[in-house]
Design a protein around this ligand. Structure first.
Ligand code: FAD
Length: 318
């Protein structure tokens, strides 16, 4: 009945499902959790290849994703917008490897106290609760089925379709028996937007990674990057520290109403994203381990997964 089963309904699984459907394939998506229980839901979801290697393959995915989101912003896809960004630098001001993927990267003449410079660039951003629901509706509208089921093993769905795509994020540690996969906890604070439209990043702030990402109604304030930490309980001290760092960067946040806090587990993988057919089972395609850049690499990875699947199924429309 189906050509492909995609296991996972975060931004990676859903982007793959959409691209596979566009290639003419019948797709079932199997997910243990509803969208609001995924890491993707919590993401600040601003395009930026954080903690990724300067690898030509990663650049290709990042570039394709940048272009797809830019096109989506242009045609009004729900939750997608373009954000001007100012990135404060604490070290080298040399142009980064990923700058060629952006439309308007420049080093500005500004040098704030304690910094070495400021990059300026525009990037796509996605409000994930809106965007993931749009993706789910897209899959359904194209005839896809969403099945709520927690698998013990990936071959639990082997009878559903001849090809399986493993987009299970952190759970790939167990499902794909990959000890290189581990969590990196991220905490954010959401405040009412006092009228901000520009993202500010200070990734190497001496007191911790700091970012301010305005959305339509709120602003995502971050953050933390805590490898091997998986406790998602609130931490008022860490949340207060995020608020303080962000308010010091952008004083307009001083009186902003706090709307909530959240934490999520980035699916980090030693060696970076795994995107390949399983060496023992060519009809199982792995696509996991996106760490802090799942949104940033999502469409490029979905394109490559679709190319692998259609190569397995030469009858399908390319
Ligand atoms: C605070 C924070 C901020 C972030 N900011 C950004 C950002 O600005 N830009 C960016 O690009 N990225 C960002 N990220 C990273 C991004 O969220 C992740 O890279 C991305 O969400 C990974 O997506 P995924 O689809 O692989 O995993 P997930 O979203 O975790 O989805 C995994 C899916 O697999 C399913 N699954 C798991 N186990 C099973 C099972 N046994 N059976 C069936 N289904 C299963 C789950 O139910 C879920 O549907 C951020 C992350 C955090 C935590």
């Amino acid at each position: 009945m189906y050509d492909v089963t995609v296991v996972g309904a975060g931004v990676i699984g859903l982007s793959c499902a959409i691209r596979l459907q566009e290639a003419g394939l019948r797709v079932a998506v199997v997910t243990a959790d509803g969208p609001d229980r995924t890491t993707s839901w919590v993401a600040a979801a601003v395009w930026y290849p954080t903690h990724t290697a300067a690898d030509p393959r990663v650049l290709r995915w990042a570039r394709a994703t940048y272009d797809t989101f830019t096109e989506q912003a242009g045609r009004g896809v729900p939750g997608v917008s373009l954000r001007p960004t100012r990135m404060r630098l604490r070290g080298s001001t040399a142009t980064p490897w990923w700058a060629v993927a952006t439309a308007d990267f420049t080093l500005t003449p500004d040098v704030p106290p304690g910094c070495t410079g400021v990059w300026s660039f525009t990037v796509p951003a996605a409000e994930m609760p809106i965007y993931l629901n749009w993706q789910i509706q897209r899959v359904a509208a194209a005839g896809g089925t969403l099945i709520r089921r927690r698998l013990e093993r990936l071959d639990d769905v082997a009878d559903l379709a001849p090809v399986t795509v493993n987009a299970t994020g952190l759970a790939a540690r167990h499902l794909a028996d990959d000890p290189g996969v581990h969590p990196a906890r991220g905490r954010i604070v959401l405040v009412r937007n006092p009228g901000l439209t520009t993202s500010i990043r200070d990734e190497d702030h001496p007191d911790g990674m700091t970012y301010i990402h305005p959305r339509r109604q709120d602003v995502v304030l971050g953050g933390t990057f805590e490898p091997h930490q998986s406790d998602l309980a609130p931490d008022p001290d860490a949340e207060r520290a995020i608020l303080d760092r962000c308010t010091a960067l952008e004083p307009a946040l001083a009186d902003a109403e706090v709307l909530g806090t959240a934490a999520g587990l980035r699916p980090v993988r030693d060696g970076g994203v795994r995107l390949e057919a399983d060496p023992q089972n060519p009809s199982l395609i792995h696509v996991y381990g996106h760490g802090g850049a799942g949104m940033t690499l999502s469409w490029g990875c979905a394109d490559e997964v679709t190319a692998l699947v259609t190569a397995l199924r030469p009858g399908a429309a390319a």
